[in-house]
Write a protein that binds this ligand. Structure first.
Ligand code: ZN
Length: 225
């Protein structure tokens, strides 16, 4: 019994050391500095006092602390995930500073801001099943952070229906990438049930997506316009 215990302690200890060795802290901090400079002056929608960089950092924290992700590339992609979408950062800059693997991951979760919001929403639903395993992790982290903020610090002026729609749309995107990471999935489901309570509605099953504005069935007509 004692032997088993000592073995487990030793095993856990080496694993922790391995975990620290796996995550390249210097590269991670480099990414934090890069993203903080890029998002300089931007604030969170629901919290004008909170700098935008807290969002990508909370995505990184979520996938690390809850999802158990210790892969440096995925953690860095989480930190950088909104730089191309929301700042003047170019793909070349990300590639030159962080490499083509991280760039590819960031691009997988980057929306085309030149499109209308509803079109972007439809495309996220349509693209979700085609995301790579690492991009699915980023998607989970992003949706957990955003839905958490929608509940706890809702953007000013958003009517109840818009908050509900945001949660429902996120649930529709996430539904398609379930089976990726159980703890992240559980964390997302917990937020969904909180949302149902706080916003007093029932999240509808994915099967009914065609009843919603962000159904991918409209994408063909978007392209014809
Ligand atoms: Zn984000």
């Amino acid at each position: 019994m004692l032997h088993l215990f000592l073995y487990l302690v030793k095993e856990l200890d080496t694993r922790q050391v391995n975990m620290r060795e796996m995550l390249d802290i210097e590269k991670v901090i480099e990414a934090i500095i890069f993203a903080a400079q890029k998002h300089k002056g931007q604030v969170r929608k629901g919290e004008p006092d909170s700098p935008y960089i807290t969002h990508p950092l909370s995505v990184a924290k979520t996938i690390f602390a809850i999802g158990g992700i210790t892969d440096t590339d995925i953690i860095i992609a989480a930190i950088l995930h909104d730089t191309i979408e929301d700042t003047d950062t170019s793909s070349t800059e990300i590639r030159e500073n962080f490499g083509k693997e991280i760039l590819a991951l960031v691009l997988e979760v980057t929306d085309d801001k030149s499109l209308e919001r509803i079109v972007r929403k439809r495309l996220q639903v349509a693209h979700a099943p085609h995301l790579s395993p690492s991009a699915r992790i980023l998607k989970f982290g992003d949706k957990i952070a955003n839905c958490h903020d929608i509940l706890h610090t809702p953007p000013k002026g958003w009517p109840l229906e818009r908050l509900r729609n945001y949660i429902q749309w996120s649930a529709d995107v996430i539904y398609q990438i379930r089976g990726t990471n159980a703890p992240l999935e559980a964390a997302f489901d917990q937020i969904l049930s909180q949302a149902e309570n706080h916003l007093n509605f029932t999240v509808q099953p994915f099967e009914t997506i065609d009843e919603r504005d962000w159904s991918p069935k409209y994408i063909k007509s978007d392209q014809q316009e």
